[in-house]
Unconditional design. Sequence first.
Length: 149
Amino acid sequence: MMTRRDVVVGLLAMPSVLRAAAIATEEQPILGPTVFNWNEMKAEKTPVGEVRPLCKSPTATLDQLEMHVTTLNAGQTSHPPHRHVNEELIIIREGECETLSNGKWIKIGPGSVVFNASNSLHGFRNTGTTAAVYHVINWSPNKDTATKK
């Protein structure tokens, strides 16, 4: 049997519960058919080049799809070798690079495609004399373990 005290405590707790529920349902909309036009992509400067962010949102089958285009200046490394649960494709558009894959640094150039498996140690560096440009497609089926960038 509920007491008056139980009712008062429940009513006092209600705003917090409703606020938490609203935050939990405040999800990004599902990404539908989209075209990312190269001429409309906005470049943002980084310490090693620039990045053109395209999206970081859920899709009909993924909790998170993140895509961007990176320009990596000659002689630069995108970041130290690392691992993450997300799987990732890198497609080289321009330049000469090396990628750390399965414990080995491998030379790659325009048209090359790199697949970084979940939790595999990987890295990326520009070994050429000009800027390298590459597209990154990164996905995670579970938003709770997706990389927070």
